[in-house]
Design a protein. Structure first.
Length: 382
């Protein structure tokens, strides 16, 4: 179970599109704990990362955000969780992750008895000007707020802070034009907000649990903790269609925080994906249609250090990111007492104007987790 520092727990539940056995669910439910205890155990008394040659260390403060650090390409993802613990692990290409920078993360003030040192991140999105939108969870602590021009000033103070009603557990957020949508967990409601002020405009019914959300130009994509994604109307979040997600021909589960990525149309037409929609590739005038923008959905896998890259046309996982290196770096920064307070990886946001327009080019993301005091700027590549 996903144990929260407050003592609450997100219980295990049945998933529509998952055929996991009881044993596999039980294994996945302790992945985070095993991962974190492994991180602590495999950091030596000098703070070196597992298996690292002390001579190869940069010598720079890994929290300074100024020195590129090592890649996780040499990390064996089976060291901590085993090759059979996540669908597609070992059968889907592993994408290389490089940590470029790290940044401190702080939360807006909450009542003193909450003692919130770092936000319980549920939704993360970077706006075109580098401002960071953050949605947080837990009953009585859920908020949404903006950190203005955060990429240029990570010490920016939160603005536009909006508290959710104590009976609402905040989940994923996404910006769509002049609207920000914020999901709630089990309350059957989603909140429409003004994208500038973050003030609530209205609540709309939501037909399942809310977990993650991201936005394409014509649709909102949401997750509910299962292995199925739902595509929704940007107007009222009514469901349009659902897409089961598979990894190496295996059904997935526990898809959580999402990021929608659109690759620009100025790619080489020879590299553009084939038209799989069943429509003719010629326009009404007989001229070839321009290539459709390529789309990707990136999804945190709850209770694991993994992120899936998903093709939204067919639901196949096309790449897997192992973010174990983030846990290693984070643990090297924290005292044993602080290590006990952090929770699972959760939070992925594309960094504007940083990613290649090539379908197979590198992407830069901001990654963090629940109750993490640090966010990481990373590059992911084939």
């Amino acid at each position: 179970m996903d144990r929260f520092p407050s003592g609450d727990a997100k219980p295990a539940r049945s998933f529509r599109s998952s055929c996991f056995t009881t044993a596999r669910v039980a294994i996945l439910s302790v992945t985070a704990a095993a991962l974190l205890s492994g991180c602590a155990a495999d950091t030596d008394s000098n703070g070196n990362h597992w298996g690292a040659d002390p001579a190869s260390e940069t010598g720079a403060d890994s929290n300074s955000g100024t020195t590129p650090m090592s890649t996780s390409s040499s990390v064996n993802p089976t060291e901590l969780v085993g090759a059979d613990k996540a669908p597609g692990l070992g059968g889907v290409p592993t994408l290389k992750l490089t940590i470029n920078q790290s940044y401190p993360v702080s939360a807006p003030p909450l009542p003193a008895e909450k003692n919130v040192a770092a936000p319980f991140v549920q939704g993360l999105e970077l706006e075109p000007d580098g401002s960071l939108l953050m949605g947080t969870g837990l009953y009585g602590e859920s908020q949404i707020y903006r950190l203005p021009q955060w990429l240029d000033n990570p010490a920016a103070e939160p603005t536009n802070v909006e508290d959710l009603h104590p009976d609402l557990f905040g989940e994923g957020i996404t910006r769509h034009g002049d609207t920000v949508w914020q999901l709630t967990w089990q309350e059957g409601r989603a909140i429409e907000r003004d994208a500038v002020t973050l003030k609530q405009r209205r609540e709309v019914p939501f037909d399942t649990e809310g977990w993650g959300a991201c936005s394409f130009e014509d649709t909102i994509v949401t997750s509910d903790g299962s292995g199925t994604l739902t595509f929704r109307s940007p107007d009222d979040l009514s469901a349009q269609h659902q897409l089961p997600i598979t990894a190496a021909d295996t059904e997935t589960t526990w898809l959580n925080e999402l990021e929608c990525v659109t690759v620009d149309t100025d790619v080489d037409p020879d590299e553009a994906p084939a038209d799989t929609s069943g429509t003719n590739n010629l326009s009404n005038t007989g001229e070839p249609k321009p290539p459709r923008p390529r789309r990707e959905i990136w999804a945190n896998v709850w209770q694991s250090p993994f992120i899936y890259r998903i093709n939204p046309e067919d639901g196949k996982v096309t790449g897997l990111v192992d973010a174990t290196e983030l846990f290693r770096d984070l643990y090297a920064q924290l005292s044993p007492a602080e290590q006990k307070s952090i929770d699972v990886l959760n939070g992925i946001a594309l960094i504007p104007d940083s990613s290649s327009t090539s379908p197979n080019g590198p992407r830069q993301f901001l990654l963090t987790g629940k109750k993490w005091p640090t966010a990481y700027r990373v590059t992911v590549r084939e």
